[in-house]
Write a protein that binds this ligand. Sequence first.
Ligand code: SAH
Length: 351
Amino acid sequence: MKLLADLDMSGLEQLVASMDQPKYRAKQLMRHITAYDGYDGITDLPKTFVKQLSESYVMRALTEKTRVEAADGAVRYLFETQGGDLIESVFLPHGYGNSVCVSCQVGCAMGCVFCASGHYGLKRDLSAGEILSQVLYIARDKKDVGGVKKIVMMGSGEPLANYAETVRFIKLVTSSDGFDIGMRSLSVSTCGLPDKIDRLAADGFSGTLSLSLHAATDEKRKSIMRVANSYSVTELVAALKRFFEATGRRVVIEYILIGGFNDKGEDVAALKTLLKGLCCHINLIPLNPTDHCELRPCSRKHAYEFCSRLEKAGLSATVRRSMGSDVAGACGQLKNRTVERRRLDEDGKNY
Ligand code: SAH
């Protein structure tokens, strides 16, 4: 079945016209799609029209399978798609505006060694409507605590490898007819595909772009991120400089701190050289240990020391506050654990 949330206003207008309904029905439908209230929530549309619609279109893309709530209010949701795939999204409460972290693919093809999402490879891309539905579901669920004011594409998957749907999602979620969030409240995080970074700026993206750098030399980066075999760190930084020139938006460098690997003086020096002349802020994130990887974080104390060394070197940096660390750790792990439990169940073993 097709998904209503995949349609923009002109798509909805065409749909209602094809069903001999007046144009204003499209606006009514968009309101219900955005409220994520399902067909049951519709009371202002003709019953026959709704029935006919429900024969070809699904209104709610996702079913909640589990949620894990952290003491700090963060919630990790495990959703099932129509086809039975599992995806994760996270709600992060903030006094200045709650945020949601969405997934854009089922699994991931990028193969970063520290990342749980890519452990089983890529299964499929999510559609724009499926990405949007994560936001809509959580905004509805969290209406009482201020809804959703910020969206980060930092869940499972590589947004720029699902480029067309990522851009369609950005258009849908920022549309004044729909969820209507400001572009400035959107962040896209990428492992670094330079040609797609150029395209994103050319396609009018003016939100925050985050680059998952994690190592400042090609040699080190290649040992933890497969994508580093295709693009050098210099090529990446050049693409970020072009992005800044095109958009005027300071970029964010994501840097996972891995104990004894990328947290030394030589790494501060390499970052200083590499990032020279780039308008950026470095986000330091102590690694979240995962089940399938033996890398470990450095201590929080060491993270703060590393941060002040970067600042002394003239770089802007902060250690990211770790939220929801008691909600099944890094992204992808709740899903992996559920999938692995299912497999054990199917094998008839105990867990
Ligand atoms: N593919 C995109 C977005 C998804 S990953 C990207 O690479 O940016 C979102 C962020 O979480 C990335 O910065 C990624 O490197 C980071 N990440 C993945 N596994 C992690 C882990 N175990 N601990 C801490 N951060 C992790």
